[in-house]
Ligand binder design. Sequence first.
Ligand code: AMP
Ligand code: MG
Length: 531
Amino acid sequence: MSSIYSLDALKFDNSFYNKLPADPVINNNSRLVNAACYSKVAPMPFPKASLVAFSRDMALELGLNPTECMTQRFTEIFSGTHPLSGMQPFATCYGGHQFGNWAGQLGDGRAINLGEIINKKGQRWALQLKGSGPTPYSRHADGFAVLRSSVREFLCSEAMHYLRVPTTRALSLLTTGTQVERDMFYDGHSKMEPGAIVCRAAPSFIRFGNFELFTSRNQIDITKQLVDYTIEYFFPHLGKPSKEVYLQWFNEICLSTARLITEWMRVGFVHGVMNTDNMSILGLTIDYGPYGWLEDYDPAWTPNTTDAGGRRYAYGKQAEIAQWNLLQLANAIYPLIEDSTALESALENYKKVYDIAWRDMMTSKLGLLNFEHESDEILFQDLVRNLKNTETDMTLFFRHLSNIEINKDANTDDLLPLIQPAFYAKEIEPDAANDIKTWLLQYLKRLKKDDRPDAVRRQQMNAVNPLYVLRNYLAQEAIEQAEAGSYSMIHELQEVLKNPYEEQAGKERYAEKRPDWAKHKAGASMLSCSS
Ligand code: AMP
Ligand code: MG
């Protein structure tokens, strides 16, 4: 007899599949798909697939006993080899603006949706395999994913969840037992790499690009169907569709996107490819490709080599680009609303909300009670200037800053050593050092005004300033070990990143700043879209 926590007890309710128009053609040849939200396509079987890692918490969230994930049957299901009864595999049709230009039809080129599970709490979780073979949307590519990019997506999406950043999740990471050819830097040096599949989970994987595609083809009836579906299933509190409801819906998307970017900025995450096809309608971080974590605080930094020229998707540009992406979504749903003034004011409101959220986020990162206009605006600006001028590790800076003590008599020479571990250079230029000392004194003065106990402030700061993030070089080390057949570092990182705000004895190595060797290493500081 199977338990209620077994694979066979998973309950499917495939709303996307059942409610939206399907492509009548059933084959996985690359092609333009007209007037359909998705195409039915079976994942490719991988009889030699094997489990690398799974997320216990994600399994529990789905209502699965984690021991089920260690069975051969689990591997067969989540490698796409033997889908479970109740699964109805399909790839969705979407378009998108890539690097600022309309790219036409894109779609799930290497993602295959399995269906939606309703868990014991009544929550909907769509499951999707990434890397399980060609679909009608694969264009000129193969539909596979390699181990290196799959490790990065698996580890980072779960880590983001524990950092409290809205994100898609990951249930499992498997190798396919086959090799995939990749030219990592598009420079004519291709090599064979192990293939892998991540099973991702989210309430929905709908992107801005899903709506854009149908409007670009003047199929407004399908845009409307998709909007109505999205509201019914994911924004039910908005009620029955009407122009007012569509507008309110857009406003909510603006707010959740503002929150998402604020959270990225808080933890130092750079998405790297904020194309509109990589923007979730639910305000989740989606599509972990050439993302990176800020090491030295540099707003112009982008991990994506494809973006090195324009730096469109640099850390400091993310809020502005999100607004540009929201504008593309506004254009896509305009025919349903026909009120450009209202849509423009929602976009302006996004900016206002983001600015306030960023300010509040900085207030909490610095452990201040409230934002005070006269003093704090300047305090933040001066801090950003200092962090930029001196190569400073963002993550370590905020952790060490929390150790400042307000009742100790402020001697500038005592203050600087507090944050010294966050600097990349051993010696700091005298002018820069003076600038930082002045800032530290200003900051101390500001803390004295709040006059809170050090321990209370420190606790508050450490709850928003993570100690452990998936540093680019750590992910790269785990990948190299995995490619050599050892998965223990993946498992250890998984555990450490579950408690990113708490100091963990014996795990100091995961909180260290980037070593010199990693500064210009492929994979650790430079990434391409190739995955
Ligand atoms: P991304 O840059 O990962 O957001 O992908 C952009 C588009 O390219 C999406 O439509 C992907 O499905 C597609 N794509 C990326 N890599 C592959 C691949 N290996 N095979 C098929 N399609 C891909
Ligand atoms: Mg994508």
